[in-house]
Design a protein around this ligand. Structure first.
Ligand code: 5AD
Ligand code: SF4
Length: 474
């Protein structure tokens, strides 16, 4: 996905939940990285709770310690390595405790963990979670256990995720897995394999179940949701007949199917790819009030030459045309982005083009990164990572400063307006205030009154901080 990052703020956060089972074995599960990883951890928890595990938030008392990892940038991997050193100490007191690495790093580094670093007992790639109970059995006999086979079909469609890290209001629902885009900087196609879409009926069912349990927001997840296409299973997108294509379910159609579950169920999605973002999706969003008016449309760079080297499949002009389409079809939509600075050979002028594109779009929000070379990627093989750390860091600061200005500006534009807010819980700053988000994904805080999680409320924003609207219920 443009691996979407609630991660930067949530990196390292442990997820726990209570369950009533009593096999006695305790699982500690920690997730790093994108929303997709958090969603995968809910599949992992579901599989193991089915086998009688309970979960714990204290790794020191766990029988099985799993870390679901991210490989997108080098610093994400270093953080996991440090964490593994902590886990390893557990073995001093509890020799039978098992440590497992799941997800993208497991896929990328495979046997290295087991053979060279001897840090872990179990290594499992993102498509092999159904095999976890067997792998644990193998590891319990003292052997190392590994399954990093990538699948062309696995979507875990039939597994009901156990909602972890749970506010009881927002649920994440995977609609596809893998990525076929091969952006030259990105390791995801190697760690998560080929793109495959999940059957729409199972997606709608999962969303409906979440609504029935009290959830009021679902976020549909995929690395590139705009290329979602359900063809009835097994049919390759590239070689469909016209009739098969007409019968297939597109992302725009799926969005509408989910939106129609109930007007009080908000629908969000992540992540879009500019090259595949069609007007049909924007029109579907505009037609349904409950599809949130927020689009994450990662640009990566404002320079067409850099975009070409990044193998993004669009130019600056194409991207700006998509921004114009959003503004035309949904003038009230908030737009966010991902930006990479210091990609191979990026000149000062090309960096300026990124700043000028930002100035033009004025994103509501952005995730900004210095380029980090990843092994095996197209960029690693083809280009030199020749921008010095100093230059990367200076350019990144310029980008962050500009974005901060725009975010503040956008937040201020919300003052004086009435926002429909889904209440998510007590505000972090004051127990007298509740907090939630508007359709554009801005955080809004307001006096608690008799409100509870999951309510919808209209709030007149009367002031703001740099990123939060503050207001009164009207
Ligand atoms: N270096 C820096 N940032 C990267 N991203 C992906 N790969 C890299 C990399 N090698 C960023 C992109 C992507 C987001 C999830 O992470 O901006 O959209
Ligand atoms: Fe996103 Fe491109 Fe990576 Fe696919 S290859 S996950 S589209 S950045």
């Amino acid at each position: 996905m443009e691996n979407k990052v609630i991660d930067e703020s949530r990196q390292g956060e442990a997820m726990m939940m209570e369950s009533g089972n009593n096999s006695g074995k305790k699982l500690f599960l920690e997730s790093y990285g994108c929303q997709m990883n958090f969603s995968d951890s809910e599949i992992v928890a579901s599989i193991l709770i089915d086998k009688g595990y309970t979960t714990t938030n204290d790794y020191k008392e766990a029988d099985v310690i799993f870390v679901n990892t991210c490989a997108i940038r080098e610093n994400a991997e270093s953080r996991v390595r440090q964490r593994l050193q902590d886990y390893k100490k557990v073995k001093k007191n509890n020799k039978s405790a098992l440590i497992g690495v799941l997800g993208c790093m497991a896929e990328r580094l495979k046997h290295q963990f087991l053979e060279q670093e001897k840090l872990v007992d179990i290594v499992v790639g993102p498509d092999a979670y159904r095999d976890l109970p067997n792998l644990i059995d193998v590891a319990e006999t003292g052997q190392k256990a590994v399954n990093v086979i990538l699948s062309k079909e696995e979507t875990y469609a039939d597994i009901s995720p156990v909602r972890l890290d749970n506010n009881g209001v927002s649920a994440f629902v995977s609609i596809m897995r893998g990525c076929d885009n091969m952006c030259s900087f990105c390791v995801v196609p190697f760690t998560r394999g080929r793109e495959r879409s999940r059957e729409p009926e199972t997606i709608v069912r999962e969303c409906k179940e979440a609504f029935d349990k009290g959830y009021r927001e679902v976020t549909l997840l995929g690395q590139n949701v705009n290329s979602y296409l359900w063809t009835g299973g097994g049919l390759k997108k590239e070689i469909l007949t016209e009739e098969q294509r007409n019968n297939a379910t597109t992302f725009a159609q799926l969005l509408e199917m989910v939106a129609l579950i109930h007007p009080d169920l908000r629908v969000r999605y992540s992540t879009s790819h500019p090259k595949d973002m069609g007007d049909d999706v924007l029109e579907a969003m505009a037609r349904h009030e409950n599809i949130c008016k927020y689009i994450h449309l990662p640009v990566q760079s404002g320079s067409s030459e850099v975009l070409e080297k990044m193998n993004r499949g669009y130019s600056r002009e194409w991207y700006l045309d998509r921004i114009a389409a959003i503004r035309r079809i949904m003038p009230e939509a908030a737009i966010s982005s991902d930006i990479i600075t210091g990609f191979c050979g990026e000149t000062e002028e090309q960096h300026q083009e990124t700043l000028s594109l930002m100035e033009y779009v004025k994103y509501d929000f952005a995730y900004m990164f210095a380029y980090s070379e990843r092994p095996k990627t197209l960029a690693e093989r083809k280009y030199k990572d020749d921008i010095s750390e100093d230059v990367k860091s200076r350019r990144l600061t310029e980008i962050i400063d500009l974005q901060r200005k725009h975010s503040e500006q956008r937040t201020k534009e919300g003052v004086g307006k009435i926002h429909r807010v889904l209440v998510e819980g007590i505000s972090k700053k004051s127990t007298e205030m509740m907090s939630g988000r508007n359709s554009q994904n801005s955080v809004v805080v307001f006096p608690k009154g008799n409100l509870k999680k999951g309510d919808y409320v209209n709030v007149l924003a009367t002031s703001c901080t740099s990123s939060t609207l503050i207001g009164e219920v009207v």
